[in-house]
Design a protein around this ligand. Structure first.
Ligand code: NAD
Length: 787
């Protein structure tokens, strides 16, 4: 089934976000809402929504020019156009009658067999489609997107008894491949999986505040990253979502689950209601649990209901959790202590684990879907059953029994079968596979691979790395493709990383493999070169060591480019500085759609010297094929501006416009599919008779004239107060290296010459105190210093 054009009905928060994301995926989409009362443009609601989406932060569009794929309409004048749409998504107000009213209105206009879905967060599919005709019911499903649709990975799908298999699989495949979503299938139960459990947890965390009397900042300190949850933890999340919205969501679930044994936890405590009544709604109202005053962030004291300064949080259990290295050990330390923090965390986690275990098979038949839904929809690092494993199923059950709490049947069955965890592995060596407890069979069964996805965790489980050092390893992806995976802290690039890349290339050549992928599956590909090492060497005036580091980098990028084998880089998240220069050197790049890539070295007082300056000079020169009467200086100027301003792309699509990605580089909408897409690319390149590029011996550079021109641009920036004096100096040095130094641009230069030039400028800058200040500041604060 082809999905070539879509329509979204309801241009509110979700409808507009979904339509925008369809445009991100290149799908033309009609966005309809009601006709507003009074005079004026009849499709104003939808067109205003598109206008707001163009200004939203974080941006809803990956490339704003894709907004041309959206057309605004209204539900009275434009229904006929629905006949051209392959998929109609309803995202109107959460009200059964309103939604059914829409279905009745669109039924005569939609094409038989076209897909129709609702974005409802809780209304049962059975109720939505009751009494509608056969074709409508067989074409209908729930597609529950999370807010904001561009950024949230989870998409919950729910089918009814009549939903056609063809329609369901078509949406699933389209959502995974084109929209880049992680799909979880749910049963038709109130609020599906992620919100049922996630919202319980939101409610419980407020109820337990009342019971334990811990302060807002204390609870946030013990329910964030230390237990594998996002930094927004508990109350910062409420402030972000909006307390009125959170209250409504909790109430919705409460009303829908009269039989639920934990139902009272969905009822927010008195302080929550009081905050909503007083308009303390969170960020959107200027304050909720926290309030920003000037530069200070104040916190609400729940006793006095006044804002006050936040206090340092320390508990013995929290302190030992902070010291533990791995997440399970952190959680064990925090939940297993004797203080108030421990009591709170144990209450919260044990309730989450028990509640989830009691919900299977009510909300879905398998436990993997529950864990994925919470990981993908709430950004938890561990889903509820992974939490059971982290705390130990046996130990947890014993503790619960001691407290007189009932052990869910699912857990009893697992333990009775002699198993100690919900997840395990089976088989040996290359045949080893991850397994999961299957409630129906009461056995651990093999976890099926997701189509299009290779997980490096699985690769590492099945085979030892071919080579490895503390910063990176060479893994075998099968079919003759090897992978260099970084695994240093934040994937910073050091000499060891570079060494492993070279070894990866050697391994492919020696073993007669097809080619190499350079990639990892961390949230960020790499935050850049290890500037701590660099700054230390600069302070010691160990110029030799720095010279060696840069030459190492050069040797590596040249080897990647000119080896006899195809090398494809896979990037996702941040790919900065040196972390951008590595993919720039690859024969091709496969970028996840959410890639934030850039040469940001000027921010730390340096220039790109891992081959990045030379690469951009060459790319500008090569942008115009020989013989065309067009000057390539425009390209050089654009690259210069990007790098002088330390610009990072807001998406892979934007990286193309900035020139960090080329037209030949691929984009995978789904981050989890990027690695297999890259592997496929390597195999295709090898199969088509890969030949390495010819050495760049005659690069036409801009020379003295180019430097002069770029300097004029810089003095305009400085004159306008856009850049500091030191920025101007740095950008001037960068212009010098990018243009090939003080030479006549008529004479081409070699790539090696350009590399020497970037090295020379780089070494010079490390001798500048202001550069050292920039590096030190960034290392301390994570932010650039504009001195
Ligand atoms: P919203 O209030 O922001 O938008 C609803 C839109 O529907 C409004 O623009 C309204 O004018 C329009 N509308 C109402 N009646 C209509 C009709 N008869 N014809 C055409 N348009 C009509 O709501 P929302 O937050 O975008 O939620 C939409 C749906 O998505 C709901 O079912 C909600 O439960 C679900 N949902 C919301 C979220 C979220 O975080 N907001 C997340 C997942 C799912």
């Amino acid at each position: 089934m082809l999905i070539r054009k879509a329509a979204v009905i309801g241009a509110g928060t979700m409808g507009c976000g979904i339509a925008t994301h369809l445009a991100n995926a290149g799908v033309p989409c009609l966005l309809l809402d009601i006709v507003p009362e009074g005079e004026g443009e009849r499709s104003r609601i939808a067109s205003d929504a598109i206008g707001r989406a163009l200004k939203s932060r974080p941006p809803s569009f990956m490339d704003p020019s894709d907004s041309s794929l959206l057309s605004a309409g209204n539900i009275e004048d434009d229904l006929e156009e629905l006949g051209e749409c392959d998929w109609i998504i309803e995202a109107v107000t959460e009200d059964l009658d309103v939604k059914r009213g829409i279905y009745e209105r669109i039924a005569p206009h939609r094409r038989a067999g076209s897909i129709i879905s609702s974005n409802t967060s809780g209304i049962s599919l059975g109720l939505l489609t009751e009494g509608l005709d056969d074709d409508f019911r067989s074409s209908f499903l729930v597609t529950h997107f999370f807010n904001p649709p561009r950024y949230m990975y989870l998409l919950e799908l729910v089918r009814g008894p009549d939903t056609s298999e063809e329609i369901f699989s078509a949406v699933r495949e389209f959502a995974e491949k084109r929209l880049g979503k992680g799909v979880v299938e749910c049963k038709d139960t109130p609020n599906f999986i992620a919100n049922r459990i996630g919202v319980l947890c939101m409610g419980a965390s407020c109820v337990y505040q009342e019971e334990t009397g811990l302060s807002i900042e204390e609870i946030d300190a013990i329910t964030g990253p230390v237990i594998g949850r996002p930094k927004t933890a508990t109350f910062k999340l409420h402030d972000l979502v909006g307390l009125d919205v959170a209250l409504m969501v909790m109430k919705n679930v409460y009303d829908l689950v009269p039989e639920d044994e934990s139902r009272e936890l969905f009822r927010a405590p008195a302080f929550f209601q009081r905050m909503v009544d007083e308009g303390k709604l969170g960020r959107k109202s200027g304050g909720g649990f926290y309030r920003k005053e000037g530069k200070e962030i104040l916190v609400l004291d729940l006793e006095s209901f006044e804002y006050r300064q936040a206090k340092e949080v320390s508990f013995p259990s929290l302190d030992s959790a902070r010291e533990a290295k791995e997440l399970p050990a952190k959680i064990q330390a925090l939940a297993g202590g004797e203080d108030k923090a421990s009591a709170y965390v144990w209450k919260l986690l044990s309730e989450t684990m028990l509640y989830s275990a009691r919900r299977v098979p009510e909300i879905c038949d398998d436990i993997l879907s529950v864990d994925r839904a919470l990981r993908w929809g709430f950004n938890w690092q561990l889903g509820p059953f992974e939490l059971w494993d982290a705390l130990g199923v046996r130990a947890t059950a014993d503790r619960l029994e001691k407290e007189g709490r009932e052990i869910p049947a699912l857990v009893e069955e697992l333990l009775r079968g002699g198993n100690h965890s919900f997840y395990s592995t089976a088989g040996e060596g290359a045949k080893m596979r991850p397994t999961v407890f299957v409630p129906a069979s009461r056995e651990l069964e093999m976890i099926e691979d997701r189509p299009g996805v290779i997980l490096l965790d699985d690769v590492r489980m099945r085979s030892e790395p071919l080579r490895s050092n503390p910063a990176a390893s060479v893994l075998d992806l099968g079919d003759g493709v090897l992978c260099v995976e970084f695994h240093s802290k934040m994937n910073t690039i050091s000499g060891e990383t570079l060494e492993m890349i070279r070894e990866g290339v050697d391994a492919v050549e020696q073993e007669g493999c097809a080619g190499l992928v350079i990639g990892n599956q961390a949230s960020n590909f790499s935050v850049g070169a290890n500037i701590k090492e660099l700054a230390a060497a600069a302070v010691e005036k160990d110029w030799k060591a720095i010279d060696r580091m840069i030459r190492d980098f050069h040797e590596t990028v040249l080897k990647v480019r000119y080896s006899s084998i195809p090398v494809v880089g896979v990037v996702q998240g941040l790919a900065l500085g040196g972390g951008c220069e590595i993919p720039l050197a690859c024969d091709a790049v496969q970028a996840a759609a959410e890639t934030y890539i850039g040469l940001v070295e000027l921010g730390v007082g340096l220039i790109p010297a891992g081959g990045g300056t030379r690469e951009m000079a060459c790319r500008a020169a090569e942008a115009v094929p020989p013989g065309y009467p067009v000057d390539s200086f425009g390209f050089l100027m654009r690259y210069f501006e990007n790098i002088a301003m330390a610009k990072t792309s807001g998406s892979a699509a934007e990286a193309r416009q900035l020139g960090y990605l080329r037209p030949i580089d691929g984009i995978s909408m789904n981050r989890d599919r990027a690695l297999l897409d890259a592997k496929t690319r390597v195999l295709a390149m090898a199969a088509h008779g890969y030949r390495p590029p010819a050495p760049r011996e005659n690069v036409k550079v801009a020379g003295e004239a180019g430097i002069a021109e770029l300097r004029i641009l810089l003095s305009q920036y400085a004159g306008g107060g856009f850049i500091s004096e030191y920025d101007e100096f740095l950008a001037g040095r960068f212009a010098y290296a990018l243009c090939g130094g003080n030479i006549d641009g008529e004479f081409p230069v070699s790539e090696q010459y350009l590399l020497e030039l970037e090295l020379e400028v780089f070494l010079g800058l490390l001798g500048e105190q202001k550069t050292i200040d920039r590096i030190t500041h960034t290392l301390k604060t994570g932010k650039p210093l504009r001195n």
